[in-house]
Design a protein. Sequence first.
Length: 673
Amino acid sequence: MLIAVISRNRDKVFFESFITALEKQTVSDFKTKYTVAGESQTSVEDAIFELAVERDAPDLILLHESVSKGYDPAVISTRCLYNFPNSYIAIITEEVSLNSDKFINYPSAHFLLKVNAQKSLLSFIDNNDKKFVGDENLLLNNELFNDSEKSKSKSYGGGIDVWTQTEYDIKNNPSAPKDLLDDLTVNAILSRKRTMGKVMLVVPSQGSVYGLAVLPAYPAIGVMSLASILEKAGHHVTIIDQDADEIDNYGVTKEYIDGGYNILGITSTTPTYPDSLALAKVAKDNISDVVTLLGGIHATNDAQNCAKEPLLDFVVIGEAECTAVELVDAIMNPDVTDYSNIQGLAYEDLNGEVIFTQARELTPDLDDYPSPAYHLVRNLKRYKPADATTDRAMPLMVSRGCPGLCTYCQTKDIFGTRTRFRSPDKVLEDVRLLVNEYGLKEIHFLDDVITANKRFCREFFKKLIDEPYKLYLQVANGLRADMVNEETLTLLRDAGLSNVGFGIETGSERVAEIIKKGISKDRVRKSVKLAKGLGLDTWGFFIIGLPGDDEVSVQETIDFAIELDLKFAKFLILKPFPGSEVYYQLDAKGLIDSREYSEYGVYTAPVHHLDTLSQKRILELQRKAFRKFYFRPKKILEHITAINTVEKFKVFAFGAWFVFMRIFSASNTKGNF
């Protein structure tokens, strides 16, 4: 049992007294986690992230009814409901009587408590039955209790609903329980009897997005994880990365036939979805009994349309490992004709109706999964991360999920709104394997919020520093500027990090609020200054064409990038991927101009416009941003004088070419990267 307290510093004594009185009356033990919000150095965002990286979600979250700058229980309770959908949220009031009218102000609180309500919580804590009975000291929010699915659709910020999708999308907001049902744990699924199958997993070409000349940066770590658990279940698996392995659709089909495979699994991002369908078509045209599965972020976020596609037999939704094992087992069993009991699936039945099975809960402990199947990557040398320092760089993920609310992001749709971390020792096992077996020299962490868990960083990077080899480190997706401190950045630097990127997105406080970034410009300034003070080169990632953007806000973004004096800046154009909140916002206003998903590459031209900016103008402003940032004598001299090794020359050459193409290419589309 975990009780979390989110309070201001001034209320901490009150909460400590409340918890002490509760401890004296309960029979069962419980843990208490205190977090501070609404103070000068800590925000609600800090408190939420601190709770969201804990191994277990809180059973009960306590807030105080008092309101002050940065601390509003109405806002905090709604945010907690979004990030911790399986937790109960209570607001303690010092008023003499409880009135249900208060729930008008606190629609996301499950109940109100008086300051002497400890006895009212005893059955919840001692029986652990998560049942409450209202009394004079505890008032239930019956509407919230009686409509739990609706409660999950509430969002944080300005009363705007994040989840404007279908009822299924709301139900499928994934979360990790404390424990899965016994027969749905990873070990239970792996221990079942099964008929071995042969599974081909394919990463489709991105040729229609960027052109065939551009090699993928990394092997697909999600596909390697899927392959690993299928192998552990006893199935035979192979991986084909069409671009890295130089195998076209007909080559894939030939290998499938020659190898006697039973199942063709294809992963898909939104930009590669057309290529996924092209592969499935060639397979269906040439193999009469091929069974096609689609997984990945696009399958999760556009499952309805994907399931209606006749080229696809099954669509795997969300975290795919356990679903894939159960599905492959079922396909290989000739007695199985009903797939509706396999969680996390969408498929079309014989009547042409799309069937959504029950959403699969996330696996609470990532250590239950086997390590990614690096041994199935056919040619590691064919991967070319643009900013790699060496020729032996590999991706690594130590966590899944993000508590952030950023409206342009899809991470939460697969991995949820809390962050689960692997144990430091398990990650270190993977690092040693990569060093000893594959000659690893460089790790690129693909996590969204690796530094949010200070405890993990402290333990893991200290251990990595003590290893007998030296590695170069990169944080490929950047870091949140509000999730770093001197201790963490120092550890990263000492472990091998030489530069750090921050996801800044915009220089406009107004736009930052619209996209729910949750980080102030002052916080960014402090973090960039801290990184520079530790000797780290700094990157900034910015997005142009965000909701709310106009000429003024984009100029603020350019000015902010220059003010920060970053060494590198990337100005990308927003892509409204299906499933993201921004997609639904723009779609509702008729601002999305293209549904041709091959045009949704991160380095391609705009596929939308704004009320304030045309497609053409968004592209012009991107070019202006690159020009203003890089075409300064100081910046040019800085980059030229930094070239003192062959590796740095390669990075400089690629960076110069990248900037040149962003500024001078005709449309920044296919083949121009």
